[in-house]
Design a protein. Structure first.
Length: 115
């Protein structure tokens, strides 16, 4: 089992920056693929970014150039640095980890972009 806990969410003004994190614990000895998703009110959960065990990263077009996914092997934590935030980035953000054939999810954290 792997447990994921997100932190760092909150309220930020348009144009501002925020970094959210996802800390993993449990059986995390195997290579992991990490993803961030988000779900806005009344909408489906959408993919945002991925970082593979190789270090390769990818982003959805709407955040490319503004968001950066990174990881810290020492603390088994993944980050999503979000810059130039827009109103439409408001959502609950979820981290996901794929370990072998299993997929794990965090509980989600609110990010609100507003004046």
């Amino acid at each position: 089992q792997v447990q994921l806990v997100e932190s760092g969410g909150g309220l930020v003004q348009p144009g501002g920056s925020l970094t959210i994190s996802c800390a993993a614990s449990g059986n995390i000895s195997r290579p992991m693929t990490w993803r961030w998703y988000r779900q806005a009110p009344g909408k489906q959960r959408d993919y945002v970014a991925v970082i593979f065990s190789s270090g390769t990263r990818n982003y959805v077009d709407s955040v490319r150039g503004r968001f950066t996914i990174s990881r810290d092997f020492a603390t088994t934590t993944v980050y999503l640095q979000m810059n130039s935030l827009k109103h439409e980035d408001t959502a609950v953000y979820y981290c996901s980890a794929v370990v072998g054939a299993s997929v794990y999810w965090g509980q989600g954290i609110q990010v609100t972009v507003s004046l």
